[in-house]
Design a protein around this ligand. Sequence first.
Ligand code: NAG
Ligand code: NAG
Ligand code: NAG
Ligand code: NAG
Length: 327
Amino acid sequence: MRGYLIAICLSAVFLYYVLHCILWGTNGYGSLPVEMKWRSKVQPCLLKPAFASLQRFHGLHPFLCADDFGGMHENNKFAMPYGIKKSMEVFRVALEKLQSCDLFEFDNVTCKKCVVVGNGAVLKNKTLGEKIDSYDVIIRMNNGPVLGHEKDVGRRTTFRLFYPESVFTDPRHSDPETTAVFIAFKPNDLKWLIEILGRRKINTNGFWKKPALKLIYKPYQIRILDPYIIRAAAYELLHFPKVFPKNQKPTHPTTGIIAITLAFHICHEVHLAGFRYNFSDLKSPLHYYGRATMDLMSKNAYHNVTAEQLFLKDIIEKKLVISLTQD
Ligand SMILES: *[C@@H]1O[C@H](CO)[C@@H](O)[C@H](O)[C@H]1NC(C)=O
Ligand SMILES: *[C@@H]1O[C@H](CO)[C@@H](O)[C@H](O)[C@H]1NC(C)=O
Ligand SMILES: *[C@@H]1O[C@H](CO)[C@@H](O)[C@H](O)[C@H]1NC(C)=O
Ligand SMILES: *[C@@H]1O[C@H](CO)[C@@H](O)[C@H](O)[C@H]1NC(C)=O
């Protein structure tokens, strides 16, 4: 009887494994890439997403953790902003200030339907709020508010990507349900995080805009994005060169594209809202909030807006993602 049960269990495990390999098109041989970090809380979704062709490792844990940080890791081969080389110590100290590197606290939905909400003015008066709130995971970025814009952009925020120059400072924007995902572009960003969490005096030198002096997020809410995600955005999705010609400034992905890349790693279905811009009118509003106009975006030398718009157009046309604000 016992042998019988063991045989059933073994064949179930074997079937699961074969099914998983077939669905994901892996050969089942060879070890997982060193960057693949499965955690107990990341439930594998067995359905192949529409965008599977875009990425090498779906299901990668997207946040850095203090315990398995460093070691044999491709992150060591790249300096910031796409790796940790030469900045390991400051990453380590920052990670020690955090309380968790978990992905989802309650992970009852295995195949997640996600919406990435860009900050584009196209969201104005579309009353997409209720629709946006209906997704399993809602990813927002920077200081795109929900407060006062609920009808158009919804209320819920699962993840919000931020950096020192872009984070909310007004505590009215606090949301205890949000996980705040820190993107570190330069060593000063990590020093800022260490100072602000340690309630130390904040050195405001070395930022392109005055960084926040108070943080509306509590340590339990904060994660540090694995630079692997930004690397994948830059090299695999936007096809930026690894080395730029001497006469050309290197460009980096916007938070919006980084957010979409994060979604590709943790979601099964990805929808977008607020990613369409009207470049033909440079005086038209840039965001669904505030007063910034399109010319701010079009003269930005740090990003390659052309490459990003082509990428978005491509993934929408190929139906790898669905855009809620296309017409
Ligand atoms: C998921 O599980 C948690 C804890 O068991 C529960 O509080 C939460 O409401 C559940 N969420 C959904 C969408 O079922
Ligand atoms: C949105 O609606 C408000 C109020 O009806 C109106 O004043 C505003 O001009 C509209 N904005 C856009 C971009 O359509
Ligand atoms: C973009 O702005 C121009 C000039 O204001 C306007 O004529 C055009 O309809 C806009 N395009 C879209 C797609 O909103
Ligand atoms: C931006 O991307 C486009 C399309 O990939 C490319 O042709 C162009 O050279 C890039 N511009 C810069 C400044 O890197």
